[in-house]
Design a protein around this ligand. Structure first.
Ligand SMILES: C[S@@+](CC[C@H](N)C(=O)[O-])C[C@H]1O[C@@H](n2cnc3c(N)ncnc32)[C@H](O)[C@@H]1O
Length: 285
């Protein structure tokens, strides 16, 4: 066995690796994060039986299996932390203020459909939370609701589709919601079919703006706790792509510690009772 302390990551190889990760995912490791990156990828190096990071880097660039290994590396270096009913104030703004507003507007246009995108959905808790909020909101019962959830990691998508969760996923969930929407067995808590059928999961790299042509126009985009790990250029690219993908008057919901300051002036910050969220408002010419 190798001892990870003995495998050195020199500055040159660190930069090569972090640039490769950045170009493939947008996740940025600054000069102070060398040790974090080294610790996170030492296991992958050992699994592939490389003795130094340079050989591993060349494998990632040129081997026949490079795509698989790069996907594995990105999965390892990204944060997948998530849980049900995360950031409740914002979710309240969504179900009590934003959805009624969208409903009223759509009814005027004679369209009973709402499209939501959970971008960077991890293991599915966010998308299933949105589905449960819809089920709780009886006023949208006979509407066509589409919840599309995407991530760059195949591993988390597999887990999301499986829909079985452990206790730590419920740290912000009321017990009544657990008994209503989950079935407990020896594997954990299984999401009920009526929630599951509302969500479609798919692979999408947020930096791949060319492929966004396959994504429909949305009424609300949740992209929470994802771009926080990106540098400014990658953030700008993604936020611009979201602007294209939102219907006029559509909403963009970011994580609590995230904002569009220095990223974009295209959105309007709406002040709701429960939270502040970004909205696309086309200026009339
Ligand atoms: C911290 S989780 C956030 C999950 C959820 N949105 C929440 O707030 O609870 C961030 C997710 O973003 C995904 N991610 C990171 N870079 C991405 C990219 N370039 N394209 C798509 N997803 C990405 C990660 O794989 C991870 O599952």
């Amino acid at each position: 066995m190798f001892n990870d302390e003995t495998i050195e990551l020199n500055d040159e190889v660190f930069r090569l690796l972090r640039d490769l990760i950045y170009k493939s995912s947008g996740v940025w490791f600054d000069d102070n994060s060398k040790d974090i990156l080294r610790m996170r990828i030492t296991n992958s190096l050992q699994r592939r039986q490389f003795k130094d990071f340079k050989d591993y880097y060349f494998f990632l660039r040129y081997d026949r299996e490079k795509d698989n290994e790069l996907a594995n590396l990105i999965d390892i270096v990204t944060n997948h932390e998530t849980y049900f009913f995360r950031e409740m104030a914002q979710l309240k703004a969504f179900s009590e203020e934003i959805l009624p507003e969208i409903k009223e507007r759509k009814e005027k246009d004679g369209k009973k459909e709402i499209k939501i995108w959970s971008a960077g959905c991890s293991t599915g808790e966010e998308a299933y939370t949105i589905a449960m909020l819809f089920l709780e909101l009886k006023m949208l019962n006979n509407w066509n609701i589409e919840i599309f959830a995407t991530d760059i990691s195949h591993r988390v998508l597999h887990s999301a589709r499986r829909g079985i969760y452990q206790k730590h996923a419920f740290r912000a969930t009321e017990p009544a919601m657990i008994s209503k929407y989950f079935i407990q067995d020896e594997h954990g808590y299984k999401i009920s079919d009526k929630v599951k059928e509302k969500v479609n999961f798919g692979y999408f790299n947020l930096l791949d703006s060319d492929k966004s042509v396959f994504i429909n126009r949305m009424d609300v985009i949740f992209c929470r706790n994802v771009i926080i790990y990106f540098d400014t250029a990658a953030k700008k690219k993604i936020i611009e792509m979201f602007y294209e993908k939102l219907n006029n008057l559509g909403f963009l919901l970011l994580g609590h510690s995230e904002s569009l300051i220095n990223i974009s002036t295209a959105y309007t910050l709406r002040h709701f009772k429960n939270d502040m969220v970004y909205q696309k408002i086309l200026k009339e010419i």
